[in-house]
Write a protein that binds this ligand. Structure first.
Ligand SMILES: [Zn+2]
Length: 217
């Protein structure tokens, strides 16, 4: 992973966790912040702490512009030597280019970036959670990520799968615009305000194979 990409991830994780001194060292290992922190999500700090202390090895890989990676994805790694003596390894593939192609409401953009994508994949490994099979729900993995968003005062992701934007699916459009819903409770009443992210699925990927239309697996 190039240093500039690592910096991008560290920037996002610092904001989410509130750990101002979180960062990667020269060997590329992630160092968490010290105990003191301001704001940020305690659930995110717990998850990263569990990932660093756990038995699994997590490797981050820049998978930008890979068509088989829609935002981010985790795969099992295979040791080439002495596999039996080595701990389980997982490779988290992050498509930075996909994240740069997302536009939409500012409140939704703050709740969906490489930092949030990475935490989603780490949760899959640490808690062995799975994503939903059906449309219209966030799933158990995103439920934990939504708790982190709440702790940060951000909008929550309503659904796991993106959907096409009504009226844009005809052949008249060169692009395949899709959207993903986020929601936040308004402080005054018990009402929720909806925010959208929008992107061109023709560029980001995830179209075609119906079993692989996940926005961020
Ligand atoms: Zn997932």
């Amino acid at each position: 992973m190039p240093p500039s990409r690592r910096d991008e991830i560290a920037d996002k994780l610092r904001v989410i966790t509130g750990w101002a001194d979180l960062g990667f060292d020269e060997n590329g290992a992630l160092h968490l912040g010290r105990a003191q922190h301001r704001d940020g999500s305690g659930t995110a700090r717990d998850l990263l702490g569990a990932a660093v202390a756990g038995k699994n090895i997590l490797v981050l890989e820049d998978a930008s512009n890979r068509s088989d990676v829609v935002f981010a994805r985790v795969v099992e790694g295979r040791w080439t030597k002495d596999a039996a003596q080595k701990p389980p390894a997982y490779i988290i593939l992050v498509d930075f280019a996909d994240f740069s192609r997302v536009t939409g409401d500012r409140a939704a953009l703050a709740a969906f970036n490489v930092g949030w994508g990475l935490l989603h994949e780490i949760d899959h490994v640490v808690h062995d959670t799975v994503d939903p099979q059906r449309e219209g729900e966030a799933g158990e993995c995103e439920e934990l990520i939504n708790r982190m968003r709440r702790e940060c005062g951000l909008a929550e992701r309503v659904e796991y799968y993106f959907t096409s934007i009504p009226g844009t699916t005809s052949n008249a459009f060169m692009t395949r615009l899709v959207r993903l819903a986020f929601e936040q409770r308004t402080p005054d009443k018990n009402r929720k305000k909806r925010y959208w992210l929008v992107w061109d699925a023709g560029l980001v990927g995830g179209l075609g194979d119906q079993n692989q239309i996940a926005a961020a697996r």
